[in-house]
Design a protein around this ligand. Structure first.
Ligand code: FE2
Length: 136
């Protein structure tokens, strides 16, 4: 039987900034892989490698995004970077907690909510500034 994808990536999640969309897809794909392992009953054992990988890739992604925001002189850059910093800290906290409770479902729900909200609500706010910068 085919397993359901947890997050279906669609054009409405795209910001039309190719490198950012590509990296967002990578993050969503990692979240979907975690979901797959939960579905086949191996969520607990994949949890730590998933969070380790996600923490590293998220840092690369935030570095990319923050450099773009700085170049485009995005006025709300500080608030945006603060959201990023909070997530990195939360992932580090989760990594310690899951080494005890192995609760993959909780991690999955948190990651899904955080990323969909961040991409669709927070990241979408800077798109116009990046476009304006790219045209100038
Ligand atoms: Fe962001």
């Amino acid at each position: 039987m085919h397993k359901m994808l947890y997050i279906i990536w669609s054009d409405k999640n795209k910001l039309d900034i190719p490198i950012i969309d590509e990296q967002h897809r990578g993050i969503i794909s990692t979240i979907n892989s975690l979901h797959y392992f939960i579905q086949i009953g191996h969520g607990a054992e994949i949890l730590t490698p998933t969070l380790t990988m996600l923490a590293q890739y998220t840092k690369i992604h935030f570095k990319t995004e923050e450099a773009l925001l700085a170049k485009a002189k995005y006025p709300a850059i500080e608030e945006h970077c603060a959201l990023h910093k909070t997530l990195i800290e939360k992932i580090e906290k989760l990594s310690i907690e899951v080494s005890r409770d192995r609760d993959a479902g909780r991690v999955l729900i948190f990651l899904r909510e955080w990323w969909l909200n961040h991409i669709n609500k927070e990241d979408s706010k800077y798109v116009l500034f990046i476009r304006k910068y790219e045209r100038s």
